[in-house]
Design a protein. Sequence first.
Length: 219
Amino acid sequence: MKRCLITLFLTASCAISANAGGLQSLETFVKTVKTGQADFTQVVTSPAREGQAPRVKTSTGKFEFSRPNRFRFDYAKPFVQTIVADGQTLWLHDVDLNQVTARKQAAVLGTTPAALIASAADVRALQEDFVLSDAPDKDGLQWVMAKPKSNDGQLQSVRVGFKAAGDAANATSTLAVLEILDSFGQRSVLSFAGFKVNPALPVSSFNFQIPTGADVIRQ
């Protein structure tokens, strides 16, 4: 379960023009939001096995990002885990095991949810790797569907939900939900709260220091 987390994230928060469809919301988000912070809850549901109910795991933590290509997930419950992208390397620290996994970031991102918020400058760039489309409004949110063009990865689809906020004169939309479905039928839903849009974030937030005595695996 811990290992699966590294393939399931990445998203962020933003303020964008209201009364737009999901695609327009995504495009404005990618263009205008440079930094962000949020609390998140992640619910991962694995497919039911014969005679058994689906397995559900819930995690909580904090997320922050800075374009281009820097982000950080600090998982607090039910176990402590840190994921940091510093622009060159993606670091995964499992505190319980005192183990660090390091991967070249350019090789990891590709057609993952991370590309939707950390790599591309606009929707046109995203369309090189994803088939993007507006999805029907649901639960008071505007949705966009992203499906990777390549069939080589484990990602099947990503749905991103935006919520309208503010008054008529200053209406905006914020990223509310990220739904990720992988090729094994596992679904991960990340819900965001307490967004801070374009806060000043120190570069040190995205510097990872290998803990003393940690076992380091480089891939």
